[in-house]
Design a protein around this ligand. Structure first.
Ligand SMILES: Cc1cc2nc3c(=O)[nH]c(=O)nc-3n(C[C@H](O)[C@H](O)[C@H](O)COP(=O)(O)OP(=O)(O)OC[C@H]3O[C@@H](n4cnc5c(N)ncnc54)[C@H](O)[C@@H]3O)c2cc1C
Length: 322
C-alpha cells in the first residue's frame, strides 16, 4: 500500500530550520510520497526553498503565500488538501503554532495526535512513533487509531538527511479556502511568540547560564558573550524561576530542546532535566567552580573556574581578535 505524507514547515528568515528538515527526512523514510506545505512571504526564495525540501525527500511542495501566523488558515488548507487526496501522515516540528494547528486539525478530521515524538518507524506496515518518557530515561512506542496520523516532533530531535539530487519537486500554488473557521492567534499562546523571537530553537551558538550566575546582574555577562559570538542566551530552570530571564530561553525538559553547533554551559550543574534539552549539541564547553559537577561528564572542554572571571575574559579575547 502506498503511504502519503504532508509535512508542514514554517521558514524563518528565508530558510527552513534544520529540525523541520529532520521531520521531512523522517517522513520520507517511512512514506512513498511526501508533500510539504510551505507558507511563504513576499520575497522568500521559493525555488531555493523547494530545492532544499526536495533534497530532503519532498516530491511536491504546496506553496501558500501571505498566511498570517495563525492556526485557522493552516487548518483549512490542510483539511482541503486532505479532502482532495487523503494523507496517511501529517507531520510538524513542535511550536506553539504547530500545536494549535495539529490540535484543531485532529478535531476537524476526527484524527489523533501523538506529540513530543523523537522518532518514527514502520513496524509491520504500521506507523509507530517513538516518544521519550520518565525524564527521557526510556523510549515508548505510540501509535494512531485511524487516520491521518498527526505527529508533532520534538524540536531539533531528528537528523536532516539529504538524498542524492533527484527530480525537481513539483511546486504547486495553494489558495486558502474562503471559510477558515475561528482564528487562534500565535501571540495569544503563552510564551509562543516569545519563543520564536528568542531564536533559541534555531541558534547556532547558545551561551547558557544557571544558578551559578549568582544574581540577575550577571546575565549581562552571558548577553555580551552571546553578542560577540553571534549566539543566543539560554538558561536553566532556576534562572527562570527566580525571574532573572524569560521562560522562552529555558533549556531542558520543561523548556526548549536545542541543538546548536556550540553550547556554553556557565554555572550549570548538568542535571538530567537540563541535559535532555542540550545533549545533542555539537561542541559543549562547561565553566563551573565545582570539578565534580556532572556537566563535566558530557562536555568536550571543561573549565574549572568562576564564571564571573572566565566569561568576561573570553569576551575580551574575542573582541581583541575581531
Ligand atoms: C519535572 C522537572 C522538570 C525540570 N525541567 C527543567 C528544565 O527544563 N530545565 C532545567 O534547567 N532544569 C529543569 N529542572 C530542574 C533540574 O532538576 C535542576 O534543578 C536544574 O537544572 C539545576 O539548574 P542549575 O544547574 O542552574 O543549578 P544548580 O544545580 O544549583 O547548579 C549550579 C551550578 O553552578 C556552579 N557554580 C556556582 N557558582 C559558580 C560560579 N561563580 N561560576 C561557575 N560555576 C558556579 C555550581 O558548582 C553548580 O554546579 C526540572 C526539574 C523537574 C523536577
Amino acid at each position: 500500500m502506498s503511504r502519503r505524507a504532508l509535512v508542514v514547515v514554517e521558514p524563518r528568515s528565508g530558510r527552513v530550520p534544520a529540525g523541520q528538515l529532520g521531520v521531512l527526512s523522517a517522513a520520507a523514510r517511512v512514506c512513498d510520497a511526501v508533500e510539504v506545505l510551505l507558507p511563504v512571504a513576499d520575497g522568500d526564495p521559493v525555488d531555493e526553498l523547494a530545492g532544499e525540501l526536495a533534497r530532503h525527500g519532498a516530491g511536491a511542495v504546496r506553496v501558500v503565500t501571505g498566511l498570517p501566523a495563525t492556526s485557522a488558515p493552516r487548518v483549512a488548507v490542510v483539511a482541503a488538501l486532505h479532502a482532495e487526496e487523503p494523507y496517511d501522515l501529517v507531520a510538524f516540528e513542535n511550536s506553539s503554532l504547530s500545536a494549535d494547528v495539529a490540535g484543531a486539525l485532529a478535531v476537524r478530521l476526527g484524527a489523533g495526535v501523538c506529540w513530543d515524538l523523537s522518532g518514527l518507524d514502520d513496524v509491520d506496515g504500521e506507523l509507530v512513533g517513538r516518544r521519550l518518557a520518565l525524564a527521557d530515561s526510556t523510549s515508548v512506542d505510540v501509535g494512531w487509531v485511524g487516520g491521518p496520523a498527526i505527529a508533532i516532533f520534538r524540536t531539533a530531535a531528528l537528523d536532516a538527511v539529504q538524498h542524492p539530487a533527484g527530480d525537481a519537486p513539483r511546486v504547486v500554488p495553494v489558495q486558502v479556502p474562503a471559510a477558515t473557521g475561528p482564528e487562534v492567534r500565535l501571540d495569544e499562546s503563552p510564551g509562543g511568540a516569545d519563543v520564536v523571537r528568542s531564536g533559541l530553537d534555531t541558534a547556532d551558538i547558545v551561551v547558557a547560564g544557571g544558578r551559578g550566575l549568582g544574581s540577575q546582574d550577571n546575565i549581562a555577562l552571558l548577553e555580551e558573550l552571546a553578542s560577540v559570538l553571534g549566539g543566543v542566551v539560554g538558561v536553566s530552570m532556576p534562572v527562570v524561576d527566580r525571574g532573572w530571564y524569560p521562560y522562552a530561553h529555558q533549556v531542558g525538559q520543561t523548556g526548549r530542546t536545542v541543538r546548536p553547533r556550540l553550547y556554553l554551559a556557565c554555572g550549570i550543574s548538568g542535571a538530567v532535566q537540563h541535559r535532555v534539552g542540550m545533549s545533542r549539541s555539537g561542541t559543549v564547553i562547561a565553566i563551573n567552580t565545582d570539578p565534580q559537577a556532572p556537566i563535566f561528564d558530557l562536555c568536550d572542554l571543561g573549565v574549572v573556574g568562576d564564571l564571573t572571571e572566565v566569561v568576561p575574559r573570553i569576551t575580551a579575547l574575542l573582541r581583541e581578535r575581531s
